[in-house]
Design a protein around this ligand. Structure first.
Ligand code: ADP
Length: 398
């Protein structure tokens, strides 16, 4: 029992005198097998699966290098560590041994203690490696299963988003329709209240629309209608929409996109993306801050020129740890308790879909979007930059 625990070692040498010395390994508890030529060694290795092989270099018929190469070429024996036994003077043999796949060598005449130490070290190493490989394999299976479960849950979530958005759409249209009817013969006092209801309904419709967009993006089913457009055509209406909030919040907004050439894109989708980026810039910049939107043509990464659009703000900035996470759907850095659904109020949070939709829209155009910021600081306000790169020549991916 003890002997088995120490491991089985195959000794390969054509000289009986050498084998006789190595047989002393038995006193250390190893189970020993012997072979006096290459062919027998190969057969024993396959049948008995030793944990280690001590292999002589110089043997008639098949030398140690050839035996080593064949052992390494056979999947049944490839993992068994091999220690070469070479003559003291022969440096080239050592190199050739390692090239053939050996893990170590011992020199003849043997220093027996050294042989024992090397055998023990390589057996331990090999066992640890095997254990580690098994652990990694087991963990990989666990991870694959966990991943499959997460993918299934994510698919359920997308389905739920889509169904919920569809279910909300019809009643919202009905509420809006009746409210518009009420407006016809409303008193001035009622008008105010009706305007409030309509604003609320429109906000809910926008959220439902975002939910549908995100579900389409998840299913890679976002329809893209390409036509020639310009950054100015895309950005201006968005800024016009936000003009009132910009004044109320005392913000300075600069738009510098006029020098960029026309390009092929879906202006409706890109406007949606810009709406998200600009309303975020407003939300996360304190009153009196600056927002700039700048366009330029840049050299792409080997695929021709690209159109770069940068939305920069002087706001609270983004923690580097969440710079990528903010593009995930439903991601929010703030506490839900402080959630406010204003589109333009300072730090007013939305449903956490804006950047996921924006990235989906940019990806559907064959482009990229990422965020840069020195960090998150509500007092120093280091600001954030959102950079979009769109292919100029290809006109986007339909
Ligand atoms: P939300 O509906 O919460 O605005 P988004 O997907 O638009 O969702 O943004 C996700 C998160 O990214 C936000 O909750 C906010 O923490 C962060 N964020 C987005 N834009 C900016 C910005 N310009 N400055 C600082 N933080 C930002």
């Amino acid at each position: 029992m003890e002997a088995l625990q120490q491991g089985t070692v195959l000794l390969v040498d054509d000289q009986p005198a050498n084998l006789a010395v190595l047989m002393n390994l038995r006193t250390y508890g190893y189970r020993l097998l012997t072979a006096r030529d290459g062919a027998t060694a190969l057969a024993r290795a396959v049948e008995q699966q030793p944990e280690l092989i001590l292999l002589d270099v110089m043997m008639p018929e098949m030398d140690g290098f050839e035996v080593c190469r064949r052992l390494k070429a056979d999947p049944a024996t490839a993992d068994i560590p091999i220690i070469f036994m070479t003559a003291l003077s022969d440096t080239t043999d050592k190199v050739k041994g390692f090239q053939a796949g050996a893990v170590d060598y011992v020199v003849k005449p043997f220093q027996f203690d050294e042989v024992v130490a090397r055998v023990r070290a390589h057996l331990t190493l090999h066992r640890l490696l095997t254990e580690m490989e098994m652990l990694v394999a087991a963990r990989t299976v666990e991870l694959q299963q966990a991943n499959a479960t997460l993918e299934r849950l994510d698919a359920h979530k997308s389905d739920f988003i889509q169904i919920a958005a569809h279910e909300l759409r019809t009643p919202l249209t009905i509420i809006k329709g009746y409210t518009q009817l009420l407006r016809r013969d409303a008193t001035p006092e009622q008008m105010d209240r009706i305007a409030g209801i309509l604003a609320g309904v429109e906000r809910m419709q926008a959220v439902a629309e975002s939910m549908l967009d995100v579900a389409r993006i998840d299913e890679k089913a976002l329809p893209v209608h390409l036509r020639t457009t310009t950054l100015a055509e895309i950005c201006r209406p968005v800024l016009d929409d936000l003009a009132l909030a910009v004044v109320e919040r005392n913000l300075t907004v600069t738009l510098a996109v006029d020098t960029t050439p026309p390009f092929n894109a879906d202006p409706v989708l890109l406007r949606k993306a810009m709406e998200q980026l600009l309303s975020n810039a407003l939300k996360y910049t304190p009153d009196g801050g600056q927002i700039t939107v700048q366009g330029q043509v840049v050299t792409g990464n080997g695929n021709g020129p690209e159109l770069e659009l940068v939305v920069a703000d002087s706001g609270i900035g983004i923690d580097p740890a969440v710079r990528e996470l903010i593009f995930e759907k439903f991601y929010q850095t703030g506490e839900v308790a402080f959630h406010s659904s204003s589109r333009t109020k300072f730090k007013g949070g939305g449903p956490g879909l804006g950047l996921a939709i924006t990235r989906g829209i940019i990806a559907a155009h064959g482009g990229q979007i990422w965020a840069e910021s020195p960090g998150y600081d509500e007092v120093a306000c280091p600001g954030s930059r959102f950079i979009i790169r769109l292919p100029l020549t290809s006109g986007g991916v339909p």
